[in-house]
Design a binder for this molecule. Structure first.
Ligand SMILES: Nc1ncnc2c1ncn2[C@@H]1O[C@H](COP(=O)(O)OP(=O)(O)OP(=O)(O)O)[C@@H](O)[C@H]1O
Ligand SMILES: Nc1ncnc2c1ncn2[C@@H]1O[C@H](COP(=O)(O)OP(=O)(O)OP(=O)(O)O)[C@@H](O)[C@H]1O
Ligand SMILES: [Mg+2]
Ligand SMILES: [Mg+2]
Lengths: 257, 257
């Protein structure tokens, strides 16, 4: 059955969406069937793949609130056989208040329930979370079996790790006992500044072998690709960014064992 | 009376905290009295100035919920006469649920009410917002007279602008009719990639003269400074980052007229 991986870190701008989109695409190229679930109201993973959502089209919002069936909301990514997307839309902002209002008995479990029947159909389900520890990210962490943590080698990113680990522990104790760390991914890596080395050392000494061997280097092709609605492997396969994400996907596949 | 400026953009990692801390410090150096309000549960502005919050110390959380008086929570930043901070703490995450629970008649106005009596004491009140459009950012936008929008010249940042403007319009209509855009600030600017020029052109054609003349260039000194608990002007006054933020503070002061 499909492996469900949440891409989460409440620190903003660390490369969650870039990682979700490009791991999803790289796994699809490796002949896996992948569902990319966008639960960020910013809907960056959705627009980063060039998917335009109409007013009447069902999205993560309708699926979570039970207004639409997930099978009616999932769309294929036409340029890559094996890659499918549950698109998001800004109206998902409204769900954060509605989920708390009390009409749902266990609002944290909604995404998990919606994905339940799909797990047999996909090899991987990748969930792109927003930059917060609110009800949407909690839904992602409860639905997932593992969490992949992208992190920049900078001070504020390091500061935030403590909060994230506390949240993961809380979720493991109360909502999802099976939740494990899939891995910690160094992103936007620039080997030149001292700061990078200092922070990297702290991350590796804390997480040890959980830190992926693959490091995602800062590479402008990764920032350009979404403006063309493509993952970087279709935008520029020869780029450092594409090579990094292909090697990361290989590491994830090797871990399938 | 003091000018209240919110630093907001729901897109993560665009330089909100870096801008709040360094504008605050640059205005203090120009002999203004400045209060930096941290309403992000990540508390990056607080730790970025080396402020350690104890368990019993009142923070934004206690002030918002009425558990402590704001005058007991504000602390001076010892290295710069004129700079004061209302510190945040991770427990502020809890306020997002408590503010919605219904015990407050107008939860969106709490920060504005708490700052009411301080406005005479400070020349500027700078509010650092979290990367979301939830109740904490709304509190910041309702308390503020103007909003300064930091933005990277990248695709996802541009995508998010539409949502931010929609939210500002909604707040102007329902909660804070005086809310104006103080300015749009280009951050982490790297003139080399085509992407930068393309996005910059779109931002300037949309916002016109609202875009600050000062552009904040990508400069590693800005990322290093918070690990020493200092604004960049105290960490490395000769750096490009320090020069950029001093010139931005001058633009803001020139606009006082
Ligand atoms: N390795 C990289 N090299 C260069 N640019 C990158 C890299 N990874 C991401 N970016 C760019 O940096 C910005 C932030 O990345 P991204 O939006 O993926 O982060 P995020 O964690 O999803 O942000 P948010 O917290 O808003 O959800 C984007 O403009 C993206 O294109
Ligand atoms: N001009 C710059 N040059 C280089 N690094 C920068 C610059 N501005 C900010 N940074 C670094 O980039 C990262 C993101 O900046 P920052 O945390 O200020 O953004 P933010 O919008 O406050 O993020 P969040 O959405 O998480 O609140 C930080 O590690 C910061 O040190
Ligand atoms: Mg994202
Ligand atoms: Mg911040």
């Amino acid at each position: 059955a499909g492996k469900v991986i949440a891409i989460a870190n409440q620190k903003g701008g660390v490369g969650k969406t870039t990682t979700a989109v490009n791991i999803g695409a790289s796994l699809a190229v490796a002949e896996r069937k992948v569902l990319l679930v966008d639960i960020d109201p910013q809907a960056n993973a959705t627009t980063g793949l060039g998917i335009k959502v109409s007013k009447t089209q069902p999205t993560t919002y309708e699926v979570l609130l039970g207004l639409a069936d997930i099978n009616d909301a999932v769309v294929p990514y036409p340029e890559l056989k094996g890659l499918f997307v549950l698109p998001s839309h800004i109206r998902l902002v409204g769900a954060q208040v509605e989920l708390r209002r009390g009409s749902f008995e266990k609002p944290e479990f909604l995404l998990r329930e919606r994905l339940q029947n799909l797990r047999e159909e996909y090899d991987y389900i990748i969930i792109d979370c927003p930059p917060s520890l609110g009800i949407l990210t909690i839904n992602g962490l409860v639905a997932a079996k593992t969490v992949l943590i992208p992190i920049q080698c900078e001070y504020y990113s390091l500061e935030g790790l403590g909060q994230l680990l506390m949240t993961l522990n809380r979720i493991r104790k109360t909502l999802n006992p099976r939740l494990r760390i899939e891995g910690v991914l160094l992103t936007m890596y620039d080997p030149r500044p001292n700061l990078t080395k200092q922070v990297e050392q702290q991350i590796r000494s804390y997480f040890g072998h959980k830190v992926y061997k693959t490091v995602i280097h800062r590479n402008v092709r990764l920032a350009e690709a979404p403006s063309f609605g493509k993952p970087v492997i279709l935008y520029d396969i020869s780029s450092k960014g594409a090579q990094n994400y292909l090697s990361l996907a290989q590491e994830i596949i090797d871990g399938e064992g």
